[in-house]
Design a protein around this ligand. Structure first.
Ligand SMILES: Cc1cc2nc3c(=O)[nH]c(=O)nc-3n(C[C@H](O)[C@H](O)[C@H](O)COP(=O)(O)O)c2cc1C
Ligand code: SF4
Ligand code: FES
Length: 588
């Protein structure tokens, strides 16, 4: 419905009266109100406060936390441009200059999960990928964006036996068809678990398979399930599964491809996890910008419930399991598991102190298993074929496959799936990614997402698995590979990364709130030729403060790109303090 066709008080009344008064409904209510009204006027905040019996200041605090909502006034005219690392490497600055020259107001947006097809802009509700300065006239004239099929973004499946690949069905089945998913084997593992295995056996099988969490830290999935099952048993027996599909880290777009290409694989994985830990409810927390994937999941859940694959009394075994989809509203910090839980409870997404961990005290104080999309997609294969089968792929310490989202200055950016540890960074770049784009040689790679380290040519022969990357002084993280060529100015690049962290710091703790701001001031000075040698020391000392004393992983990893870039390319930083940019990028 067009926001302008109904008086706003009717819309507010209509939205709120359809919702229960529980606090957890506050964010869905604000989302619906923002969607219907185009923004959140004071009257909507006050009415929501009344409906949920909260002080208006608390509703206002929650509403202003999330970047997708506009509080107090409609969003301004103009275009949103993503300038985060991968889009920056792909030429976002040139697009910004062209837009400004055309008289368009350019607003910043954080990463939109399309990093393999940057630079990305959004006008109104339309998203354009691979935008060039020359292409903006057509966009401004209203030319429709090119649609993308999930397979367009897959650059390779380097897995000996395709049955092991999580992407095996992508492009082969219609993701909207439960029948095609069933024909490809969907829900057989769940049926097997319910008919032949106890919950403990399911957890044991996953633990024996040795699958490491794919959300960034590589924590053993089986162990986390054991902790959660034990956490529930030692309390009132209630447990929840939360699937983390927030995927807001610049450089990461793998979970979207898994969802868009094969949603039932994920739903089955979530149900298996639920059976293992004794849960009957799960929530998929999906980033707000993924409207299409969220709708696809909702439809897939409805279809699976109607067919008895999910819902009540699954496979006639008396197991009830319901999956809900919750859309975020624009906040990278909500990928952090405790911030995500706060957000699900209807609050600002500020991290909680750990311990207690979610495994004992998570959503609504209950034992909660939080796992990444890719992690959960591994479970059906493990339960259908067994842990020994699963371990045939990957290495002893890092079994299974991994999705690697590749972006930046390569010929073929996109998502690669390979056996863990099978390919080195060089093999990924020179093989599926098609080598460097253009004539400039390799300079560096930003590995493992915005929170990861910048690595140089010395890292090229490191196998891409959790342990090997760590031994080499970096983190594999979510597997992101952002390739930078010799035309890249590292100081300018890390400024783009630091801009992301400053925008996304939740502000709860001082080291991160102030440190990310100070980083930007210094890096702005350096790229404009105003920096001093003393400021390089300040980058290091602020980095130490943030790592040592930030409250959560965001602040603790925010300096990584800057400090690793500084230690690898110190002479380039020093040149900027003399007013020189060796790459010729900064306008000093
Ligand atoms: C700032 C921040 C953002 C994060 N974003 C995500 C995310 O988008 N997706 C994700 O799965 N994990 C993310 N994580 C990690 C989660 O906190 C959590 O460890 C993960 O979801 C656990 O899943 P796994 O065990 O399957 O890896 C983030 C962590 C931090 C500190
Ligand atoms: S480290 Fe940053 S994101 Fe984390 S709680 Fe502190 S201010 Fe918030
Ligand atoms: S979409 Fe621009 S960095 Fe991800």
């Amino acid at each position: 419905m067009n926001p302008s066709t109904q008086p706003s008080e009717h819309v507010i009344q209509e939205v709120l009266s359809a919702l229960p008064h529980e606090r957890a409904e506050l964010l869905p209510a604000l989302d619906a109100l923002n969607g219907r009204l185009g923004y959140l006027p004071r009257a909507a905040i006050e009415a929501a406060a009344q409906h949920f019996r909260l002080p208006a200041r608390e509703v206002y605090g929650a509403a202003t936390f999330y970047s997708m909502w506009s509080v107090g006034a409609p969003p301004g005219e103009g275009v949103c441009l993503c300038g985060d690392g991968p889009c920056h490497a792909a030429g976002a600055e040139g697009v910004r200059r062209a837009l400004e020259k055309a008289g368009v107001e350019v607003r910043r947006t954080s990463c939109l999960g399309q990093c393999g097809r940057g630079p990305v802009i959004v006008t109104g509700s339309l998203l354009y990928r691979q935008v060039t300065p020359r292409g903006i006239n057509a966009i401004l004239a209203g030319k429709a964006p090119k649609p993308l099929a999930p397979t367009d973004e897959i650059i390779g499946i380097e897995v000996e036996d395709r049955a092991h690949a999580l992407l095996r069905n992508v492009g082969r089945i219609d993701p909207r068809s439960l029948e095609e998913a069933l024909a490809a084997g969907a829900y057989q593992a769940l049926r097997r678990a319910l008919t032949e295995m106890t919950p403990e056996q399911v957890v044991d099988e996953i633990a024996t398979a040795g699958v490491q969490g794919r959300g960034g830290a590589g924590f053993p999935a089986g162990l986390k399930m054991r902790f959660t099952a034990a956490g529930a048993k030692s309390a009132d027996g209630v447990a929840y599964v939360v699937c983390n599909a927030d995927e807001s880290e610049p450089g990461t777009f793998k979970d979207r491809i898994l969802i868009e290409g094969d949603p039932h694989q994920l739903l089955e994985g979530i149900a298996l996890a639920g059976y293992g830990i004794g849960a009957h409810e799960a929530t998929i927390y999906i980033r707000g910008e993924y409207t299409g994937p969220a709708a696809l999941l909702e439809q897939a859940i409805r279809d699976a419930e109607a067919a008895g694959c999910l819902g009540c009394d699954i496979a006639g075994r008396g197991f009830d399991f319901h999956i809900h989809v919750h859309r975020g509203a624009g906040a990278y910090i909500c990928g952090e598991e405790t911030a995500l839980i706060e957000s699900l409870e209807g609050k600002r997404g500020e991290p909680r102190l750990r311990p207690p961990y979610p495994t004992t005290c998570g959503l609504f104080g209950k034992a909660t298993l939080v796992n990444n999309v890719e992690t959960l997609c591994n479970l059906p294969g493990i339960i259908a074929h067994g842990a020994a089968w699963y371990r045939q792929t990957g290495t002893e310490k890092a079994p299974g496959t991994k999705l690697y989202p590749v972006s930046g200055r390569v010929e073929r950016p996109g998502c690669l799936e390979a056996a863990l540890g099978q390919l080195t960074l060089r093999q990924v770049i020179e093989g599926p990614a098609g080598g460097l784009r253009g004539d400039a040689p390799f300079k560096a790679c930003h590995l493992g997402g915005a929170a990861g380290a910048i690595v140089g040519p010395g890292f090229l022969d490191t196998p891409l698995d959790f342990g090997s990357c760590q031994a080499g002084g970096a983190m594999l993280g979510a597997g992101d590979v952002v390739v930078l060529d010799a035309g890249t100015c590292i100081v300018d690049y890390v400024r783009a990364v630091a801009t992301f962290f400053r925008a996304e710091s939740c502000g709860k703790c001082t080291p991160c709130r102030v440190g990310t701001e100070r980083y930007i001031q210094i890096l702005n000075d350096l790229v404009s030729g105003q920096g001093t040698p003393q400021q390089l020391g300040e980058l290091t000392s602020w980095g130490e403060v943030m790592v040592d004393s930030s409250f959560c992983g965001l602040g603790q990893t925010a300096p990584t790109a800057v400090t690793s870039g500084l230690s690898l390319f110190r002479e380039e930083f020093e040149a900027h303090t003399r007013g020189e940019c060796p790459a010729g990028v900064c306008r000093l």
